[in-house]
Write a protein that binds this ligand. Structure first.
Ligand code: ADP
Ligand code: ZN
Ligand code: ZN
Length: 681
């Protein structure tokens, strides 16, 4: 007797076959069972999806092949896990197989039964967790935790930087593990850079064996190990970046999303899911409590607390006696000499800090020495031949590097167009800022009479493994007086000795065409301010400096008052009037092609054919436009915005539009993709 099984396999991203395939098996296998099956000439990992009745509907492979093997000893993936994958695939308009298999460690396929058995024997679930006692909670923390424990949620913990959110997460997890033997918790962070410090705190509290990491920086063997540990229930706590939202955790009871506003939670390729949104959904499906945390919540989550969908928990004060926040100083750059990098006031303040032996942090969102090199005699600029962007001048190794396609060349000795040897660096990146500062601060002495120590931290300086940890350790040890960096330095780090933070060049976001730019800027500046004065003794004297040509902009008024709610109210009002998220729903259809004409032609054809698609009358299709950086690595990019006042209508429309898109051919088209709830427009 043979049984028909519906098996989800890794189908290519753009095949129109996206559901399960049908295979034969001599034994009935429970849904969720992991199997090896033939696909084309390969043998791939697959997941048995539904009961045999539904298998009838699964597409038969050409000859209805038998499965090649079962991964014995592994518990089937739970129905809730399969639901999460099914939902994600539908909602984000991608193949089921693509989503399901991306969520599993690649090495699982190659495990034979013997190896698996050996691996699983090493897992020892159901050990009771010994938890180290944490500090006594502050009143605000205790109240937040109390409400969290007694109500259903989901919750948004609106807690200022340094208010002790992490401690609330730790104690929420501790009390869950104490209450429910075997229960599991998922804790997500936006950046891989932030996992080591959080991991250290969790391990200190819960012990090494109970905590596993899950992020894209891990090797395949490490991923497999973490996955097995979570799947078998041995790991009580999974700490991870966005991919961890798909971790198989059969006893999941609590999900924490730290810094929930962070754009890194949105996957930017393949299935473009929002791990934060999926976390909320997963919590609801599995009966796990969800705790989102941020000092500057996303406007979507903030709005959800106003409409009552989420419960808001507030921690306004910083932990410590003074609990103060840094004073915000706005410098009107209109009143400074033309092209001044540092205002007189800011420079003076920096010098004072150095002389007093305090630390400062300066950030500028541009790495490299200068964003453009330009010939002083002709029109030549350091354009990238493959992209519609300039190559950035990196002085350290005298290269011109494209930050979009990676194309790198040595800096030419003379202008390639006219032979002029006088080529000038235009504008400023972190490398140049570091150089400027060294000159400006050279005369200043530290309290011990020694010269100032300046360090730079950005994607270039931290490229080598271990470099970031090393640089952070120097800052923590007080061996750096002024730290220059990109926004990388503003996130999460618990620097104790910094009393001055300065943002240069923040203005461009104020007038960006992306309606989310102000939200991102406000959150960046608040997070940056959060790095100053974390030591209670210095909190009152700490400062956040912003140099701007628009000091009276309402965003800065709110920043000055540390008033996120005022900023959010103003932004939400604008969004409501314009029908923008969270009051309206959006998706992007994006096309990559050999020429811009082909990319746009595809989008226009797709739009023309959308007329007869279900719910077309409830969506608005905007004209096709090139992306801001329209060509990258010789690929032309264009997109079309799709909007609707109804999430359901938008979903129905997109689902019905998909087959039309698959059938739309355009010469020169390379690929297309749908981005649901896009973050960058
Ligand atoms: P957040 O995540 O809100 O920025 P953290 O949880 O990192 O804040 O807390 C900031 C600092 O205060 C940390 O050094 C932390 O160890 C300390 N802290 C947090 N809660 C308490 C508490 N209840 N008692 C003493 N120290 C605390
Ligand atoms: Zn020239
Ligand atoms: Zn390029």
């Amino acid at each position: 007797m043979t049984f028909s099984l519906a098996v989800v396999v890794p189908t290519p991203a753009h095949s129109s076959v996206s559901g399960p395939l049908s295979y034969q098996s001599e034994l009935p296998l429970a849904p969720g069972t992991l199997v090896r099956v033939p696909l084309g000439r390969r043998e791939v990992l697959g997941v048995v999806w539904d009961d045999a009745a539904q298998a009838e509907n699964a597409r038969p492979t050409s000859d209805n092949k038998p499965i090649s093997g079962v991964l014995d000893g592994l518990e089937p993936l739970t129905a809730q896990w399969r639901q999460l994958v099914t939902f994600s695939s539908r909602y984000y308009q991608r193949g089921l197989g693509e989503v399901a298999l991306a969520a599993l460690p690649p090495q699982l396929r190659d495990m034979n039964t013997v190896q698996l058995a050996r691996r699983l024997k090493r897992q020892r679930p159901d050990e009771s967790v010994v938890t180290t006692q944490g500090p006594t909670l502050t009143d605000e923390q205790a109240q937040a935790l109390g409400t969290f424990e007694s109500e259903p949620g989901p919750f948004l913990l609106f807690g200022a930087t340094g208010s002790g959110k992490t401690e609330v997460y730790l104690q929420a997890v501790a009390s869950l593990l104490a209450r429910e033997p075997g229960a599991q918790a998922l804790v997500m962070v936006p950046e891989i850079n932030l996992t080591p410090q959080l991991q250290a705190r969790f391990i200190a509290r819960f012990g090494e064996t109970n905590v596993v990491a899950m992020n894209s920086g891990m090797t395949n063997p490490q991923r497999l190990k973490s996955w097995l540990s979570a799947h078998s229930g041995t790991a009580r706590i999974v700490l991870g970046t966005r991919m961890a939202v798909f971790a198989s955790m059969p006893h999941l009871r609590l999900i924490v999303v730290d810094e929930e506003h962070d754009p890194s939670y949105k996957q930017q390729e393949g299935a473009r899911y929002s791990a934060r949104d999926l976390a909320v959904l997963r919590g609801k499906q599995e009966g796990a409590k969800v705790l989102l945390g941020s000092a500057t919540p996303s406007l979507e989550s903030w709005h959800a607390t106003e409409s009552g969908k989420y419960k808001r928990l507030v921690m306004a004060a910083r932990v410590g006696e003074s609990g103060g926040f840094p004073a915000v100083r706005l410098v009107d750059m209109n009143l400074q000499p033309k092209r001044a990098v540092f205002s007189v006031q800011l420079l003076h303040a920096l010098q004072q800090r150095v002389a007093r032996g305090e630390q400062s942090l300066i950030f500028l969102n541009r790495r490299g020495y200068a964003p453009v090199l330009s010939c002083t005699a002709c029109e030549w600029k350091s354009e990238c031949p493959n992209c519609s962007a300039y190559r950035v001048f990196h002085k350290i190794d005298r290269t011109l590097r494209c930050h979009h396609c990676g194309f790198t060349e040595p800096v030419p000795r003379a202008c390639p167009e006219c032979g002029n040897v006088d080529i000038a660096a235009v504008g400023r990146g972190t490398e140049r800022l570091e150089e400027n500062l060294a000159e400006l601060l050279a005369p200043i002495r530290r309290p011990n009479g020694e010269p100032v120590r300046i360090a730079r931290m950005d994607a270039d300086s931290t490229r080598l493994k271990g470099a970031l940890e090393q640089q952070l350790a120097l800052v923590h040890a007080g061996e750096v007086d002024v730290l220059v960096g990109t926004q990388m330095v503003t996130k999460g780090h618990d620097f104790r000795g910094i009393t001055l933070v300065a943002a240069l060049n923040a203005d461009s976001a104020l007038f960006s065409s992306d309606f989310r730019a102000p939200e991102r800027l406000f959150s960046l500046l608040m997070q940056a301010a959060g790095r100053a004065g974390r030591d209670a003794a210095q909190a009152s004297a700490s400062e956040m400096w912003v140099q701007t040509f628009h000091p009276r902009h309402p965003l800065f008024t709110a920043l000055r008052a540390h008033d996120y709610p005022a900023f959010a109210a103003q932004q939400l009002k604008e969004r409501e009037q314009a029908g923008m998220p969270p009051f309206g729903y959006q998706a992007l259809l994006r096309a990559d092609a050999r020429t811009q004409e082909a990319a746009q032609a595809f989008l226009q054809t797709a739009a023309a054919q959308a007329q007869d698609v279900q719910d077309a009358d409830r969506v608005v299709l905007y004209p096709a436009v090139p992306l801001t950086i329209q060509r990258v690595a010789n690929v032309e990019r264009a997109q079309m915005l799709v909007e609707s006042a109804s999430r359901v209508a938008l979903q129905r429309f997109l689902a019905a539009w998909q087959p039309v898109l698959h059938a739309t051919k355009e010469k020169g088209l390379i690929r297309w993709a749908i981005d649901v709830d896009p973050l960058m427009i």
